[in-house]
Design a protein around this ligand. Sequence first.
Ligand code: SF4
Length: 242
Amino acid sequence: MTGANAHDAARQLSELDAEVVECRACPRLVAWREEVAVTRRAAFRTQEYWGRPVPGFGPADARIAILGLAPAAHGGNRTGRIFTGDRSGDVLFAALHRAGLANQPTSVARDDGLRLVHTRIFAAVRCAPPENKPTPAERDTCASWLRREVGLLRPTLRVIVALGAFAWSSVWPTLTTVYGIGPPRPLPPFGHGARVDRPGAPTVLGCYHVSQQNTFTGRLTPRMLDEVLSTARAVAGLAGIR
Ligand code: SF4
């Protein structure tokens, strides 16, 4: 990407982010994110919650995209940055740092100096849902933001890491719209280490979600996460590049 194109891509992505944070398309999620922002968790009661949709994070010329489910009520919905200020983010950003895809291993606040390298992180649903469970209708409504974001990343995007089955299922309609390439038939089931390569579309990698449920039980270990990110780097042409 040339300097002028890169500048244009960054401007368009930041315009998209500015639109996302104003979205009120899902009444149930708008009510929930705002209620949580008022009631707050005791440990954060002195903090002002973000309480709005959480946009993607990372450079506009990313080669690797990491797709999560939705912001956590007291994580992204509190801090305004995806996977920031919660245990899932602790695990994810430590791994990104080990992989050379983040400049620091922690993500605690929007002004903490964190920068991602070659990597953009976003969620299939951009508002915190009750019990981390968006409805199919909410997923479909929010898919328009995902499609637009992937469309803007398209010139450089080489690989999408889907964290969990929900993200895995959200990838295929997005690729159909953005790349004009329908889902593989039969559609491979989600699994850790699942991989789909097709000409003309980014490679899709499956990875267990970095939720506490998975990381506390050892279902997803740091080593397993490192292996997925190493594969993503190789697919993105970044092996050996820092
Ligand atoms: S979940 Fe997505 S579509 Fe629904 S209100 Fe939030 S940003 Fe808008």
